[in-house]
Ligand binder design. Structure first.
Ligand code: ZN
Length: 84
């Protein structure tokens, strides 16, 4: 590992720490496909994360399409235990 690489890593970490300490996370605005409520998803969300609509309670799986672009897919709840 050369000095340039170390500098790049340091810079990267420093920048992301700064971002978090300021709480400057951008929000991606989406509409709930079910009830049209406004959903705000942090732009550091990762694919596969589940978010819930605060209005209708639907769960959506986040699919990251690119920087600042996400898609919501209704989360499939598998193996749910209906019996009781
Ligand atoms: Zn909703």
């Amino acid at each position: 590992m050369n000095l340039q690489e170390i500098r790049n890593i340091y810079k990267k970490n420093f920048t992301s720490n700064l971002k978090h300490s300021k709480g400057a996370i951008n929000l991606i605005k989406k509409k709930c496909p079910e009830c049209d409520a406004d959903l705000e998803v942090p732009d550091d969300v990762i694919s596969g994360e589940i978010i819930s609509c605060p209005d209708c309670g639907m769960d959506y799986e986040v699919i990251v399409k690119g920087e600042g672009k996400i898609e919501l897919k209704p989360a499939e709840i598998e193996g749910e235990d209906w019996g009781e």
